[in-house]
Ligand binder design. Structure first.
Ligand SMILES: Cc1ncc(COP(=O)(O)O)c(C=O)c1O
Length: 376
């Protein structure tokens, strides 16, 4: 694949010499397989940062989601999730034998709408999957209330949301299980990578086994047993120690990354206010403290493609985002119907992601806004 050709790319990992050094150190100190020293340190660091009892490094955000649903889903169980999300969310449910049930999103936060969740609950509903889009918290108070009433499990897809908060608590720690991603485009990145967090010791114990090919090797690696054995059906979902070493450095920088992104987003928001009659700006709901993983604006449907194309022609790598899962090729094959999530369809066809990353300069933001003004 080619190098990024844009003056202002959509994403840029916040990597430096420390990440390079860490990768080399991990290579020199062992075989790079998972669950060695750096993975253990990473696990402790994540737990400490987000305030979860347990954190398991995984190969990706997708791996964390697959691990979550492999844990408790039975054939035919229904999981309510937004359609405005990544394919991994629906795949994780289907791979565990469950059925994705798509709910619509809220027009302001682009997150799952609690009112829609309640309408979709049946006797087979087992869980609600929340996706904190762009690192902006979903309405967790309402969602947890519904989950409590109907005895449902809440899984948080916090792939976008590491470092973001809801009434002071870290996203990913407000349900039973939280799933983070360290994909190269994410706020804290190790190329590929992720983490599975929970406060439940029983869940953590089983998850540790499933992610290690169904063996109790993790416990063996900690010196708790003399040998390890195959104890249940499992998968291979752990993170290489080399990537753990990079992710560990990123965790140490997380508060810096988050605060730089917040500053950039504030500046961009201020600059874009003059265009607020022409575009919809991101809105921060009460009690939410976003990590600004994504800066999304909305424009009229008829001009979205032209605006993206023209921004790119000026060197600004703007982009659309999720195509609704229920109207995707796979969604149609599975029998989901267009029109069932109208707000999702509206948001998906009008949204534009603008570049945001810690290294973005104010002068580059000025340029981006000037270009947008010209185009609009
Ligand atoms: C909402 C959401 N969930 C899950 C994932 C999967 O994360 P990963 O790429 O680390 O597998 C992504 C990826 O971008 C995502 O956007």
């Amino acid at each position: 694949m080619s190098q990024n050709k844009y003056l202002i790319p959509l994403h840029k990992p916040f990597w430096g010499k420390d990440e390079e050094k860490a990768a080399v150190m991990a290579m020199r100190s062992g075989t790079g397989v998972g669950d060695l020293n750096y993975s253990e340190l990473l696990s402790k660091e994540i737990s400490q940062i987000v305030g979860s009892k347990y954190a398991l490094p995984t190969g990706s955000g997708t791996a964390s989601l697959e691990l979550a649903f492999a844990l408790f889903l039975n054939k035919g169980d229904e999981v309510i999730l937004p359609s405005f999300t990544f394919s991994s969310c629906a795949n994780a449910i289907l791979l565990a034998g469950g059925k994705p049930v798509f709910a619509d999103i809220d027009i302001q936060t682009y997150n799952i709408n609690p009112k829609d969740i309640e309408k979709l609950i049946t006797k087979r509903t087992k869980a609600i999957m929340v996706v904190h889009y762009a690192g902006m918290a979903a309405d967790m108070e309402e969602i947890n209330k519904i989950a409590h009433t109907y005895k449902l499990i809440v899984i948080e897809d916090a792939a976008h949301a590491l470092g973001a908060k809801y009434y002071g608590k870290y996203l990913g720690t407000l349900g039973l299980i939280g799933c983070y991603s360290f994909h190269g485009t994410k706020n804290a990145a190790s190329g590929e990578g992720g983490a599975f967090v929970t406060n439940n010791s029983k869940i953590n114990k089983i998850a540790e086994i499933i992610r290690e090919k169904g063996t109790n090797r993790s416990s063996f690696m900690r010196g708790e047993r003399g040998k390890y054995s195959w104890v249940r059906v499992g998968r291979s979902l752990i993170l290489s120690d080399i990537l753990s070493a990079i992710a560990l450095v990123q965790m140490k920088k997380l508060s810096q990354i988050t605060s730089l992104r917040q500053k950039k987003a504030e500046y961009l928001l201020t600059k874009l206010r003059s265009l607020s009659s022409k575009i919809v700006l991101p809105q921060v709901s009460q009690g939410t403290d976003p990590n600004w993983h994504i800066f999304a604006i909305r424009v009229p449907k008829s001009s979205r493609s032209r605006i993206v194309k023209e921004l790119k022609s000026y060197g600004v790598e703007a982009s659309f985002h999720f195509l609704p899962l229920h109207t995707s090729v796979m969604g149609k094959q599975l029998g989901y119907k267009k029109g069932s999530c109208p707000i999702t369809e509206e948001v998906s066809s009008t949204l534009i992601r603008l570049p945001i990353y810690p290294q973005l300069k104010n002068s580059e933001i000025d340029y981006m806004v000037e270009v947008l003004k010209k185009i609009l």
